[in-house]
Ligand binder design. Structure first.
Ligand SMILES: Cc1cc2nc3c(=O)[nH]c(=O)nc-3n(C[C@H](O)[C@H](O)[C@H](O)COP(=O)(O)OP(=O)(O)OC[C@H]3O[C@@H](n4cnc5c(N)ncnc54)[C@H](O)[C@@H]3O)c2cc1C
Length: 459
């Protein structure tokens, strides 16, 4: 029953019309100019990367298979209290630290990247890493990756003193396997999108306030939904100066043990449960002026720069999830039989799988092209990758569910977790609505110029 040599609607590989066989009959030059061979698509895409990025991709895949795959269900279902790292999460962080996955943004002595890695933007390198981790478990991936988001304002600030003060000790700890997490805190109960969109921020009032006290500042207010905020050693907190608006936002690196900082609540959220989402209360938390990153009132710019570069990895997360959905659906359609044949023999199923694979790989190609296109992440390009990849990845996961029907609903199949996880990627790092608006915001100047009689804008 299992010894079929072709799927319905296709010829067996030995057939006279099989293209791979016939191409072998071409001249040597003809064969060199054509290629038609069985492919492992992952290997094919990896081979297209420059050697150091291909190595990174293989390293991350091996890491995820060894250290994350055995813990998927455990870390998805065993919720820990705020401030407590699950023992398996602690082990994972330790292993990721030793493997250099927590410190790769900057080269030594600040981080663990090779100087030659700096030819490629951190957003590109990080997107490659994140796809591999998300494909195995996006909850564990977020536990590891929210840390890079917390570090980003320090790294992007160009503030060498801040990098030396905060990044170097973190790198030293992680490389020895000691977790030293950062978190990123912009969202407030009354400002989610408005912390990411200029028009919203201009019409809203910031509620986390920094007041001058002696040689430092005192922080007051509440942040919410901060990934890893309850277990982070350091938190990049964005606060407005007293009696000023979001344009006064300043980034402070706050120590997690600082008196007055309460980290009591984490959400039991729909997906990505291996990563906590914490509420942080700042009750007169004193921070010295040396905790400021990049200078007073630089926070809004640092936030926008951080989001521009972190939206590529979020897009890559979605590709990792879509890829896993393709793999689950492919295995299922080979295993499952209908009318005595594997499901994959039906052309309707082949059409669906072709669409899923094409969408997943097109998104990856888009992200690699855009994130690999230069050192500086541009808002319109990063936002476009983020909303398109996360919307389509959810559609790919749903196509997998269409194909598997009730078999896709059980926890063991792995698909229901993907569906829960992928939905979150459309919300964080700006909802997809905000990212769409971000694309138009970036084009506003040429669009206005056109409105006033200037040159037509090409897309
Ligand atoms: C898993 C997870 C992890 C997160 N991690 C972090 C973190 O580490 N740090 C952090 O600071 N935050 C984090 N967040 C918060 C996240 O960034 C916010 O949820 C997000 O910005 C949306 O804000 P909101 O939830 O307050 O929605 P709101 O801003 O209240 O938006 C509600 C709805 O209104 C729409 N909307 C808002 N403004 C406009 C507009 N101008 N035009 C059209 N539509 C609009 C939105 O698109 C959305 O559909 C996380 C969220 C999640 C789900």
């Amino acid at each position: 029953m299992n010894s079929i040599d072709h799927f319905d609607g296709h010829l067996p590989p030995q057939h006279r019309l099989d293209p791979a066989r016939r191409l072998q009959e071409l001249s040597q030059l003809g064969r060199a100019l054509t290629r038609y061979a069985p492919l492992d698509l992952w290997q094919l895409d990896t081979a297209r990367l420059p050697p150091s990025l291909a190595r990174l991709r293989r390293h991350c895949r091996d890491f995820a298979t060894t250290h994350m795959a055995p813990q998927v269900q455990r870390l998805d279902t065993e919720h820990t209290a705020a401030g407590q790292l699950h023992p398996a999460a602690r082990q994972l962080l330790s292993a990721a630290g030793r493997a250099g996955l927590m410190t790769g943004m900057l080269p030594a002595p600040l981080g663990s990247a090779a100087v030659s890695d700096l030819r490629y933007s951190p957003a590109f390198r990080f997107a490659i890493q994140v796809e591999e981790l998300a494909c195995v478990c996006s909850g564990q991936m977020l536990l590891l990756s929210a840390h890079q988001l917390g570090l980003a304002p320090v790294c992007l600030s160009g503030d060498l003193a801040a990098m030396w003060r905060h990044v170097r000790p973190m790198t030293q700890d992680f490389l020895q396997g000691i977790p030293h997490l950062f978190a990123y805190a912009i969202t407030e109960p009354g400002a989610g999108s408005d912390a990411e969109d200029g028009h919203g921020a201009a019409h809203n009032t910031p509620r986390v306030i920094a007041r001058r006290q002696g040689k430092g500042y005192v922080l007051q207010g509440r942040k919410c939904f901060i990934s890893g905020g309850d277990v982070a050693r350091k938190i990049a907190v964005f606060a407005a100066l007293a009696d000023e608006g979001f344009d006064s936002w300043t980034c402070f690196i706050v120590d997690g043990t600082q008196p007055g900082l309460e980290r009591q609540r984490t959400e039991l959220k729909m997906g990505m449960r291996a990563s906590s989402a914490a509420e942080l209360n700042f009750n007169d938390v004193y921070v010295p002026a040396t905790a400021i990153v990049g200078g007073l009132r630089q926070g809004w710019a640092l936030n926008r720069a951080t989001l521009n570069s972190s939206r590529y990895p979020v897009a890559a997360m979605a590709v990792g999830l879509a890829r896993r959905a393709c793999e689950i659906a492919m295995d299922y359609s080979l295993r499952q039989r209908l009318g005595g044949k594997p499901l994959l023999s039906y052309q309707e199923v082949q059409l669906l799988l072709a669409q899923m694979i094409a969408e997943t790989r097109s998104l990856r190609a888009l992200i690699w092209q855009q994130a690999g296109g230069g050192m500086q992440a541009r808002q319109s390009e990063a936002a476009m990758c983020k909303f398109l990849a996360t919307d389509r990845a959810q559609a790919v996961c749903e196509m997998a569910l269409d194909l598997m029907a009730e078999h896709g609903l059980s926890q063991d199949a792995g698909l229901e977790k993907l569906l829960r996880d992928v939905r979150l990627t459309r919300i964080f790092e700006g909802t997809n609505q905000i990212n769409r608006l971000g694309l138009i915001e970036d084009l506003q100047v040429p669009l206005l110029a056109r409105l006033h009689g200037g040159a037509a804008l090409s897309v």
